[in-house]
Design a binder for this molecule. Sequence first.
Ligand code: ZN
Length: 567
Amino acid sequence: MFRRWLIAFSISLALTSFLNSCSTSGGGRFDILIEDGKIIDGTGNPWFYGDIGIIGDTIVEIGDLDGRAAARTIDARELSVTPGFIDMHTHCDGGLGRPSSNSNLNYLSQGVTTVVTGNCGGSVSLNAKETKREWEALGIGTNAVLLVGHGDIRSEVMGSEPREATPEEIEEMRVILRQSMEDGAWGVSTALEYIPGRYANTDEIIEVTKVVREFGGVYATHMRNENDRICEAIEENVRIGEETGVRVVVSHFKVTGKNNWGLMKDAVKVIEDARARGVYIVADQYPYIQSSPTGLLQSFISIPRDMEPFSELRGGRRNRDLSDAERKALQERYVEELRNALSDPEKREQIRQLTVEGRPNRPSSVAMWGWHDFTVLVADKNRHLVGTNFIDLPGVRHRDLFDIVVGLILDEPDMLYGGGSQSEGDLRYALSQEWVMVSSDGGAVRMIDEAADPVRGHPRDFGSQTKILRRYVREEGLLILEAAVRKMTSLPASFLQLKNRGLLREGFVADLVIFDPDTVRDNSTYADANRYCSGVEYVIVNGEISIDSGEYNGALNGKLLLLTENR
Ligand SMILES: [Zn+2]
């Protein structure tokens, strides 16, 4: 399959150089000419000075194009010119179809020109062709590649029943997936840690994933375990890759829970050993040591669904038409009711049970991951606790952790906490591996007014790629710029076998980003999550400018790239 891709690739190269020779001999006029930039071509090779000429959606010439005519010339002196970034793991599919977030500006502004979405076992649709029609009718700001979720397919066949699938049910799943692949999906994603993926055994995943092989697609997995049993979980996916022949990506590669820190070295070794045997397995990673759930501490505890007045209050909160004052009043009442419920011994016991253990077949996050998975991220009143893992909270030797956390909730209900706590050492070790790509695990967020008040949350939607460029390239020197760019461009393109994208090459599609390597930075933090980054001067999607001198021009130049047309 790889050969077929290579042949298609060489034919298109040959064709373009033919077209080039026609245009250069006539001194052809470019639609866009990018002059004097430091070109980082995406291969990982050192940068060089050069000009890039674009006609239509294609890079037609790279070299010394001094004095050549162009409808638009961009002066890229002192700036880096690279392929547009490809984010290997997002959940943008929900937002791309909505008029408030279809621009995908939080990604576009980072230089991301293509997002891979439909991850973690769930996708907005099983029909990429129809989704393409809908999205492109509305317009989308970035390109997208759609995976379909095994979880959705399984639910369609057998609901969320906690049992293994029968051979007939597996065959039904294969039929649905085959249709999705024919419609242009790029592969299948699983979430083996969550319902219903957790009920699927390895053989089911293998049989279903074999369908993807017929189309040359990929398999992306949120693994069964990202903490104490991570090596076992990787082994499962190595087996899936080995027995199906499908390229595997471990999604949001990480080791969570303080007691498991350090396991990343073993996890990397399992993947390296498999790769040495010829199994195609890679990983993507976001550059934050905290994952979801990232929320207000008051949401950490689980309240029984039928406990009043909480179900009524939850209903009220969902009302989108509330004014800020009404929302605030509702919030205050919620905390007051929480205080009442927790001082009633019977209700407190119910809440404790649900928070610490969960329901049958639905273990709570504490039961699944342990208290050591959680960390205080933002606190105004209890500032001294910021960065503290729950197992290190004051008083933990003498008091029950549930009681300590409840005490904190009542003291500062809008404290922000995060789960999936990793160590910086593990993150850096993974990021140093040449087969690890950059991703975000974020979504398409509605466009934000720069003057809007800070919102607490996860900064990854707005800052993943630029955080890599700022922190791990410029400030810490963990990666050289060329290596970081490769992780965001040709590495994902090659994994996907995405035709003619991910490199700056004559004949390739003109998805480009031009940024200042000395100033590019993420501006989003846990305390102020929705802030656009800075230092990205130009973004070109399919040959059209979207970010122009650092400003979004409102263009919707993206396309949903179907596997059937782009491999
Ligand atoms: Zn996931």
